[in-house]
Design a binder for this molecule. Structure first.
Ligand code: URA
Length: 186
């Protein structure tokens, strides 16, 4: 499947119940051959209204976090585990994640990133390891199928608990170092 076909299929998706309440499918944004991908859990209110990931308050913070390490939306790719908003911003259910995950797999196959950074627990338990503990394991690295994975706190968690910000700053600096070590030019 090529990019356009994938995006079209996703935009018309009815694989789970979230299609009934969504305003927009939030497919993803960024560079289609990015070396670094960031994966959140699912669209919130603003994302659902605009069809673009991370454009609400958490998105503003994400942009600020990325700017610390010279990353912006044009030199990485940003997507979510589920492409439609779970009502009231609840966690996406297991069956909704299951129904949607192939879109992300296809995005990863087309983009072929070298690094995937999970934003928060939902993405980390889905993409790194089922029993991944974000509080203990954020900032650690693991290689799977030639891609290096890490997880940092979700920006919404940092908005709720600013006390987590210093650890996330360290994780971002470690990410910048990983990018440098891997000779990635953004
Ligand atoms: N939170 C997410 O996980 N993803 C978004 O796109 C916005 C908020």
């Amino acid at each position: 499947m090529d990019w356009q076909e994938l995006e079209q299929t996703c935009l018309n998706c009815t694989r789970c119940g979230l299609c009934e309440t969504r305003h927009h499918v939030v497919f993803g944004v960024g560079k289609k051959d990015a070396d670094v991908m960031f994966i959140g859990e699912g669209p919130g209110e603003q994302e659902d209204l605009q069809g673009v990931p991370f454009v609400g308050p958490a998105g503003k913070l994400l942009d600020d976090m990325l700017s610390i390490i010279d990353i912006d939306r044009t030199n990485c790719y940003i997507a979510n585990i589920v492409k439609c908003r779970p009502p009231g911003n609840r966690d996406p259910h297991e069956d909704e994640q299951e129904a949607c995950i192939q879109y992300l797999r296809d995005q990863v196959s087309l983009i072929r990133p070298k690094i995937i950074v999970c934003l928060g627990r939902i993405a980390a338990t889905r993409l790194i390891r089922e029993n991944f503990r974000i509080t203990r394991e954020h900032g650690t690295w693991v290689e799977k199928n030639g891609i290096w994975f890490s997880a940092i706190y979700h920006p919404s968690a940092l908005l709720r608990d600013p006390g987590k910000r210093p650890e996330t700053f360290d994780d971002l600096i470690a990410l910048r170092e990983k990018i440098r070590q891997m000779n990635i030019t953004l």
